[in-house]
Design a protein around this ligand. Sequence first.
Ligand code: DGY
Length: 421
Amino acid sequence: MSQTEHLITEAKKVLRDNDLGGYTVPTKGLYPFQWNWDAGITALGWLYIDERRAWTEFEMLFEGQWKNGMVPHVVFHQDSDDYFPGPDQWGVKGTPSTTSISQPPLLSTMIRIIYEQSMDKELAKTKLNELLPKLIQYHEWWYRERDPESTGLVSSYHPWESGMDNSPAWDDVLARVPQVQRSYQRRDLNHVDSDQRPLKEQYDRYIYLVDFFRDNEFDYQKIYDNCPFHIKDISLNAVLQRGTKDIIYLNTLVSESYDLEGLEKASSKADAALNALWDQDKRVFLNKDNALNKSIGIRTSGGFMPLYSHSATVEQAKMMADEVKKWLVLGPKGLASTHPLEESFDSKRYWRGPSWLHINWMIADGLKHYGHDDVAEELRLASRSIIDQSGYWEYFDPITGEGCGGSDFSWTAAIALHWLL
Ligand code: DGY
């Protein structure tokens, strides 16, 4: 068996082993439920195993969709002692139980890719017709509740919402969040070395925010006005923008199309609003601290995501392509999540340095859009070398390629099936 055949067999095994019957856990133990953006990426992997199963991944996730349209960041289809904060902590009623925050909304983009690449077009059409209204409600929720002043950029209120939990970009904003006073027991450290996970002082604040949302009865206006953690996340906004553009396209394919005036208006504002976060000296986009109304200077891989949303100008894209090459010299094993020369860079600690395959893929996809196929290919080869070396870990040391976090990880295996193999 060739190395590629071996990797394909292993990737399929990872998804099958993590399949709990219609939904896929990111990895056993550490993450025992269905996560929002993991589900989208993982469905891409299922496309190469069983198309029907790929669609089921979305259907199960949407079982947790709120009446207001929000798709939560975790859907607790069943209980588990392996994770904290589990379903009893969020104060959310309903079946299935869920968290009260969301995650980067990449579902519509993944659905577009699966729709376009699927062999069973009849099935794909049926599923698209069913899923599109839910996607529309989800994106309408982002603009209505997370950008009530129509600035063109939506707000996020928890580092978990960014998906880039302990990114140093959030440090100063998180420091303004009180540490929770109640005692609790983390479970993640039962599964992963503490050097590769967020610190206790960060967790204390993560949990404070969970309580804050519950105590404010999830009232979007109160949270918008008072949440001590309030950011404009460049990566999440780029993912939203790409996703909305894909909804607008998908709307041309369904049997009965919808009135998308609201989404079209929001999307037409977003490219300019994203553009205001460009930093000409750092040659990357920056996140924004909402309370201080200023950019956060730390360079993160999320700052390249306006490539993926096609929001960058041609000049910015060229500068970012050059910059990606430079980052890869400093960390050749995939794009570091934090620039390796930032003081806060930590090569193995989750989002403070490690490279992540789905981010590499999204940025490579954006680079190709702008015609930088050579840099996209460099990123692909770097990503391939990691799985050759280490297999399907959650994230990787960008300097050594060592696998970190959870092993047998669904989205890493899915990206391998979709992109690398
Ligand atoms: C975790 O628990 O580490 C997750 O990233 C939260 O979504």
